[in-house]
Design a protein around this ligand. Structure first.
Ligand code: FAD
Length: 598
C-alpha cells in the first residue's frame, strides 16, 4: 500500500480556534506539532462566528467578574455544566482575550480605548469582546498567523478517517488528501481532536459542510465516551427565506443591539414566554426592556435576550399556533428601533447578508427568521483541567468536547471556550507526549485495515447513493429528533437510523480517488450516523425537559435528572449504549455564588 508517513509528538485534528490554540500551546511547550484540517487553513468554521468572545473583563461594567460569568454560564446550561470547566473558563477567558490582542487582534474599542464589550443573551453584563460582527475572522486570522510564524506543520485539505491505538492508548491517526485521494498516516503519542460540531446531521443548520461530527465519532470508535449528546442547540434566529439560504445564522447581536421579535400580528410575543427560572432578571414591560439598553443598572434585560433555548421554543410555539410568517418564521425588527447608520456600523455582515441573499434592507424592513440547528453541547467526555478523554493520549477541545456548556450554551461562550481549553489541551498533550516518547508505533495491519475501509465504497457497484442517504438522515433528525421531542417519534428515528446503517454499509461511489466529493461524503456519513444515534438514544433516555432538550411528553425539568449525565459509549457490535452517570459535585464555596443577588 502506498502511504505517506509522518511522526510528531502532537497531532491536532482541526484548524478552528480550538485546534490552532492547542497547536500554539503544544509547540510552545516544545512538542513537534502538526495540524490537520479538512478545508484550507483559515476557512474553519470558527471564521463564521459573528457576535464575539465572552470574557468578564469588566470594561463595560466594572462590577463584572469571573464569578458572575461563571454563574451566568451555569444558569444558562441549567446547572448541568461541569462546574470545574465553567470555573476555569470564566477565570481564564479574560487573559486569553488579552493574549489575542498582544498577538495582533484588533478589537472594537470603547471611547476610553478599552476593548469594547457587547450584550448577549443570558449574560448579566455586556461581556462580548468583538470586531463588528466578524469576530471569528479576526480570531482565526490572529491564531493562524501565529501558528504559521511559529513553524507548526499544517496538512490542509486532508481528512482524518481513523484514530490508531494500542493497549496503552493513542499511537496516531490515518487519513487521506482530499485532492489526490492518497493516504497519509501520522505516528504520535498525543492527538488533540478539535473538529467542531455535528450540524450537518440536521436539514436546517447554520453550520458549514465540515460539521459532520467526525471527531465525536472517531473518539467514540476509539473507546472514549460522549457526554450530554441529547443537548443540541437550535439558534432562534436563522434565515428562513429564500430556501437556498434557509438556516444561515442571523447573529444574536441584532437583539443585543436593540432588535425585537414580533409575530405576524405585530405583537412582541417574548413577554408571554418568560419562564419562572429567569423571571427575576427579566423585564416585565416593554418600557423597562427598552430602558435597559441605556440603563442596565436600574432595569432588567428584555425577554428577547433570554437564553437561546427559551427563545427558540417560543418562536416554535408562535409558528405552531398559526402566528408565523408566510415562510414559517417570525419577524426580527431592528429597522424601526435604531437609525440606519447605527445598524450598518454595528451589523455590517448582517446588512450585506440580507441585502445580497434575500434582497432585504434591514435598515428599513424586518428580517424573517426561525430556529436553525447551531451547536452541539454534547461531546467527548474530558478531564476538565487537561481535556484528556478516557483514552490515554486522546484530548478534545472546542465544540467537539462536552461538559462545559451543560444543557445550553450561552452566545459568546464558544469562542472563549476554544481559547481556554484549546490552550489547556495543547499543553497537556505535549506533556503526555514527553512521557510516551519513543514508545508508540503504528501497527501495519491497522493501517491496511483503515485503507481497506476507506476504499470500500469504490468496490461496490450499484449500491446506495451517498447524497440520497444524507438527505434521508437529515430529514429523519429534523422531523423526529428536533426542537420538540416525544418517545414514539424518537423510537421511530432509531428504527430509521438502523435502516440507514444498512444503507450506509452498501454505499457505492463512482470515479476515482482524485477530488471526489461523493467519496468524501461516503466517508463522512458513518460519522453522521453514529452521532445521530447518540443524540436520539440519549434524548429518548432523558425523560425531562432541560436546555436544548425539550420533551413534549416530559415538559418539566426533573431535579433527579438535574444530577445526572448521560454518557454514550460504543458496543462491541458497533452500536451505541447510554449510561447514567452522577454529575460532578460543585464545592460549597462555588455553590455560594448562586445565593448572591442575580
Ligand atoms: P471549527 O472552527 O469548526 O474547526 C473544526 C476544524 O476541524 C476545521 O478545521 C475542520 O476542517 C477540521 N476537521 C473536522 N473534521 C476533520 C477531519 N475528519 N479531519 C481533519 N480535519 C477535520 N460562538 C461564539 O462564541 N461567538 C459567536 O459570535 C459565534 N457565532 C457563530 C456564528 C455562526 C454562523 C456559527 C455557525 C457558529 C457561531 N459560534 C459562535 C459558534 C462557534 O463559532 C463554534 O462553536 C466554534 O467556532 C467551533 O470551533 P472549533 O475550533 O471547535 O471548530
Amino acid at each position: 500500500m502506498e502511504l505517506e508517513r509522518h511522526a510528531y509528538d502532537v497531532v491536532v485534528v482541526g484548524a478552528g480556534g480550538a485546534g490552532l490554540r492547542a497547536a500554539i500551546a503544544a509547540h510552545e511547550d516544545g512538542a513537534r506539532t502538526a495540524v490537520v484540517c479538512k478545508s484550507l487553513l483559515g476557512k474553519a468554521h470558527t471564521v463564521m462566528a459573528e457576535g464575539g468572545i465572552a470574557a468578564a473583563m469588566g470594561n463595560a461594567y466594572p462590577e463584572d467578574d469571573w464569578r458572575v460569568h461563571f454563574r451566568d454560564t451555569m444558569r444558562g446550561g441549567k446547572m448541568l455544566n461541569h462546574w470545574r470547566m465553567a470555573q476555569l473558563h470564566a477565570q481564564e477567558a479574560p487573559d486569553r482575550v488579552r493574549e489575542l490582542e498582544d498577538w495582533g487582534a484588533l478589537f472594537d474599542r470603547t471611547p476610553d480605548g478599552l476593548i469594547s464589550q457587547r450584550d448577549f443573551g443570558g449574560h448579566r453584563y455586556a461581556r462580548l469582546a468583538h470586531v463588528g460582527d466578524r469576530t471569528g475572522l479576526e480570531l482565526i486570522r490572529t491564531l493562524q498567523q501565529r501558528t504559521v510564524a511559529l513553524g507548526v506543520d499544517v496538512f490542509m485539505e486532508c481528512t482524518v478517517t481513523r484514530l490508531l491505538t494500542d493497549e496503552e492508548g493513542i499511537t496516531g491517526a490515518f487519513g487521506y488528501w482530499r485532492e489526490s485521494g492518497r493516504f497519509v498516516a501520522w505516528e504520535a503519542p498525543s492527538v488533540v481532536l478539535a473538529t467542531g460540531g455535528i450540524g450537518k446531521a440536521y436539514k436546517v443548520t447554520s453550520n458549514s459542510w465540515e460539521y459532520t461530527g467526525d471527531g465525536h465519532s472517531l473518539a467514540l470508535q476509539a473507546g472514549a465516551g460522549l457526554v450530554n449528546m441529547e443537548f443540541v442547540q437550535f439558534h432562534p434566529t436563522g434565515m428562513v427565506w429564500p430556501p437556498s439560504v434557509r438556516g444561515l445564522l442571523v447573529t444574536e447581536s441584532v437583539r443585543g443591539d436593540g432588535g425585537i421579535l414580533k409575530n405576524s400580528a405585530g405583537n412582541r410575543f417574548m413577554f408571554d414566554y418568560i419562564p419562572d427560572f429567569f423571571r427575576k432578571e427579566t423585564a416585565e414591560s416593554e418600557e423597562e426592556a427598552d430602558r435597559w439598553y441605556t440603563d442596565k443598572k436600574n432595569n432588567r434585560r428584555p425577554p428577547e435576550l433570554l437564553p437561546r433555548d427559551e427563545v427558540a421554543r417560543a418562536i416554535n410555539s408562535e409558528v405552531k399556533a398559526g402566528r408565523g410568517t408566510e415562510h414559517g418564521g417570525v419577524w426580527l425588527d431592528i429597522a424601526s428601533r435604531r437609525p440606519a447608520e447605527y445598524i450598518r456600523k454595528r451589523l455590517p455582515s448582517m446588512y450585506h447578508q440580507f441585502k445580497e441573499l434575500a434582497d432585504v434592507d434591514i435598515t428599513r424592513e424586518a428580517m424573517e427568521i426561525g430556529p436553525t440547528c447551531h451547536y452541539v453541547m454534547g461531546g467527548v467526555e474530558v478531564d476538565p483541567d487537561t481535556q484528556e478523554a478516557r483514552l490515554p493520549g486522546l484530548f478534545a477541545a472546542g465544540e467537539v468536547a462536552g461538559g462545559m456548556h451543560g444543557s445550553n450554551r450561552l452566545g459568546g461562550n464558544s469562542l472563549s471556550d476554544l481559547l481556554v481549553f484549546g490552550r489547556r489541551a495543547g499543553t497537556a498533550a505535549a506533556e503526555h507526549a514527553r512521557k510516551r516518547a519513543g514508545l508508540v508505533e503504528l501497527a501495519e495491519d491497522a493501517l491496511a485495515d483503515a485503507a481497506r475501509a476507506a476504499l470500500a465504497p469504490f468496490d461496490r457497484e450499484g449500491g446506495e447513493n451517498p447524497y440520497a442517504v444524507q438527505h434521508d438522515l437529515q430529514q429523519t433528525m429534523h422531523d423526529l429528533v428536533g426542537i420538540i421531542r416525544t418517545a414514539p417519534e424518537m423510537e421511530q428515528a432509531l428504527a430509521r437510523i438502523a435502516a440507514l446503517r444498512d444503507r450506509i454499509a452498501a454505499l457505492s461511489v463512482e470515479g476515482h480517488r482524485q477530488y471526489n466529493p461523493g467519496w468524501h461524503l461516503a466517508l463522512d456519513l458513518p460519522h453522521l450516523l453514529l452521532v445521530s444515534e447518540c443524540i436520539a438514544r440519549a434524548a429518548l433516555e432523558r425523560e425531562e425537559s432541560r436546555g436544548g432538550h425539550t420533551r413534549d411528553d416530559f415538559p418539566a425539568a426533573d431535579p433527579e435528572w438535574g444530577r445526572t449525565n448521560l454518557v454514550c459509549t460504543r458496543t462491541a457490535d458497533g452500536g451505541v449504549t447510554v449510561a447514567r452517570q452522577a454529575l460532578p459535585q460543585m464545592p460549597p464555596e462555588l455553590a455560594e455564588v448562586f445565593e448572591e443577588q442575580p
